[in-house]
Design a protein. Structure first.
Lengths: 246, 244
C-alpha cells in the first residue's frame, strides 16, 4: 500500500445559496498524478483552492499524511509550505525578478539561509529551462515562460504535492507545449500532482487517476485507462466535447 | 521637433501679449520694482518658511496617510471605520477652516505655536488625501499576487512587506507628487494665522509699500517656480522607479 499524502473528507463549499462542492471525499497517494476533470462550473478550481485553503471550505476535514489540518492561521501556513500551487494566470510577483520570485517562499516562509535558497532556486529554474532569464521581470516574459517560472516557484518549496490550476489555459496555443513538457518532466521524477485541466490528450498520457466532478461531487474516481474506456454515458458525453479538438 | 517649435511659438506669442499688457498697464499704474529689490530678503525668509512647513507637513502627511490606508484595508471594522471617518472629516472641511479651528479654536485651550498649528493643520488635511492615494495603490496590486504569497505560506505582514507595499508605493508616486504640489500651494493658507510664509510676506510688502501688483506678481512667480521644479523632480523620480 502506498503512503497517503492527502485525504479530503466530506469537503463542502457554498457561495451564498450556491452549493459548489458537496461531500467531496478522496485520497491522494504518493506518486499519484490525478487529473480533475468535469464540465465548466462544476467546481474543479474551487476544489483545488479549498485544498490549500485559498478558499475556506464550509465543512469537512483535510488530512496531510494522516494528520488533521487545524483551521488556524499558523497550521494552514505550515501546511501551505508543503503543497505547491501553480496558478492559471501565473501570479508572479511583478516587482521581483525571476530568481527573486522563486526564492521568495523558501526564504521568507521557510526561513532557510539565503545561500542555500539561491542554490535551490537556481536548480529549479534550471529544471524549467529558464536559467537565461533569472534577472528578468515577469513583464518581459512570455506566458509560457511565466508559467515555467510559476512551476519553479512551487518546486522551490520542495512540496510533497503540487496543485495545478488549469496551468495552460491562459496560454497561446503555441506556448502550451513548453509548459506541458515541464509537467511531463516532473511526472517522470515521481512528484505527486493534482491537475485541473481541459487538455484531455495530455492528461491521458501522464495521469494515473481521473476524478470526474459532476454536480459538486466526485462522480467517478477511476484509473486513467478505465476512465477513457468507460461506457458510462456521462463520461462519454464529456469526452465527446473534445473529439473535434484533437 | 515639431512639438518643440510649436511650444516656442506659443511662448513667444504669450510673451508678446504680456509685454503689450504690461506697457498698457504701466500707463495707469506706475510699476515700482525697486520695492522688490529692497525687500528681497523678506521674500527669501517667507520662501524658507513655506518650504519648511511644506517639507515637515509632507513627512507627517505620508505617515498619517500610510496608517489611514492600512486602517482602511484592515480586517477589523473598528480600524476601517476609523479610517473612513478620518477621511470623510478632513476631505470635507476647507483647509482654511481646519487652520482656524486648530490655531484659534484649540489654541484657546492649549498654547500652540503658529508654526506648529500650520504644520498640524496641513498634515491632518493632506494626510486624508495621501491615505486615499496609498489605499488606491494597495488596491491596484493584482490580487493574484497576494494569493501567490499566501499559497507559499507567507504571513500577512510578509505579504504586505514583500509584495503589496513596494508595488503600492511605486503606483502611488505620480499622484503623490501631484499631492505634494497641492500641499505647497495649500500652505499659502497658513498666512491667515500670521505665519510668515511666502504669501504673508508678499501681503506685508504689498500693504506697506502700496506696490501690490509687484509683490503679488513676484509671489506668483515663486509658487510657479517651486511647483514646476517639484513636478520636474517628480518626473525624474517616476522614471527611476519604473521597473524593467
Amino acid at each position: 500500500m502506498k503512503e497517503t499524502i492527502l485525504e479530503l473528507e466530506k469537503i463542502s463549499k457554498n457561495f451564498n445559496d450556491l452549493e459548489v462542492l458537496k461531500d467531496i471525499n478522496f485520497k491522494v497517494f504518493k506518486g499519484d498524478i490525478i487529473a480533475i476533470l468535469g464540465k465548466s462550473g462544476e467546481g474543479k478550481t474551487t476544489l483545488l483552492r479549498t485544498i490549500n485553503n485559498l478558499i475556506e471550505p464550509n465543512d469537512g476535514n483535510i488530512y496531510f499524511k494522516k494528520e488533521l489540518i487545524e483551521r488556524s492561521n499558523k497550521e494552514i501556513r505550515k501546511f501551505r509550505t508543503k503543497i505547491g500551487f501553480v496558478f492559471q494566470h501565473f501570479n508572479l510577483i511583478s516587482n521581483l525578478t525571476v530568481l527573486q520570485n522563486v526564492m521568495l517562499g523558501p526564504l521568507k516562509a521557510k526561513k532557510l539561509p539565503k545561500k542555500e535558497v539561491k542554490e535551490l532556486a537556481l536548480n529549479k529554474i534550471k529544471l524549467v529551462e529558464m536559467l537565461d532569464k533569472i534577472d528578468s521581470y515577469p513583464d518581459n516574459l512570455s506566458g509560457g515562460q511565466k508559467q515555467r517560472v510559476g512551476i519553479a516557484r512551487a518546486l522551490a518549496m520542495e512540496p510533497e504535492i503540487i496543485l495545478f490550476d488549469e496551468p495552460t489555459s491562459a496560454l497561446d496555443p503555441s506556448l502550451v507545449g513548453e509548459v506541458m513538457k515541464i509537467i511531463k518532466k516532473l511526472s517522470f521524477e515521481g512528484i505527486t500532482m493534482i491537475i485541473v485541466t481541459h487538455e484531455i490528450a495530455f492528461i491521458r498520457s501522464i495521469a494515473n487517476r481521473i476524478l470526474f466532478l459532476s454536480e459538486g461531487k466526485v462522480k467517478y474516481d477511476l484509473k486513467t485507462d478505465e476512465f477513457f474506456n468507460s461506457k458510462e454515458s456521462t463520461i462519454n458525453d464529456y469526452l465527446n466535447i473534445f473529439v473535434y479538438d484533437n | 521637433m515639431k512639438r518643440a517649435v510649436s511650444l516656442i511659438v506659443v511662448i513667444l506669442i504669450l510673451g508678446f501679449l504680456l509685454i503689450i499688457l504690461y506697457n498698457s498697464v504701466s500707463k495707469v499704474y506706475p510699476f515700482n520694482w525697486k520695492v522688490i529689490q529692497k525687500y528681497w530678503k523678506l521674500f527669501l525668509d517667507g520662501l524658507f518658511t513655506t518650504l519648511t512647513i511644506s517639507g515637515i507637513a509632507l513627512c507627517f502627511s505620508v505617515i498619517i496617510g500610510f496608517f489611514i490606508a492600512l486602517a482602511r484595508k484592515s480586517k477589523s471594522y473598528i480600524f476601517q471605520d476609523f479610517g473612513m471617518i478620518y477621511v470623510w472629516f478632513f476631505r470635507n472641511l476647507p483647509l482654511l477652516v481646519i487652520i482656524l479651528l486648530i490655531y484659534y479654536g484649540f489654541g484657546s485651550i492649549v498654547n500652540i505655536e503658529r508654526f506648529w498649528a500650520g504644520v498640524i493643520s496641513l498634515s491632518l488635511f493632506e494626510g486624508a488625501y495621501v491615505g486615499e492615494i496609498i489605499r488606491a495603490g494597495i488596491e491596484a496590486v493584482p490580487p493574484g499576487e497576494v494569493e501567490a504569497g499566501y499559497s507559499l505560506g507567507l504571513k500577512k505582514g510578509q505579504i504586505y512587506y514583500n509584495i503589496i507595499l513596494p508595488q503600492a508605493f511605486k503606483i502611488s508616486i505620480p499622484p503623490l507628487i501631484g499631492q505634494l504640489v497641492s500641499l505647497v500651494k495649500d500652505s499659502s493658507l497658513v498666512s491667515v494665522i500670521a505665519l510668515g510664509d511666502l504669501t504673508m510676506r508678499a501681503r506685508q510688502i504689498g500693504n506697506q509699500t502700496l506696490a501690490s501688483m509687484e509683490s503679488y506678481l513676484v509671489l506668483a512667480a515663486f509658487y510657479l517656480t517651486i511647483t514646476s521644479l517639484l513636478s520636474f523632480a517628480g518626473r525624474i523620480i517616476e522614471r527611476r522607479f519604473k521597473v524593467s
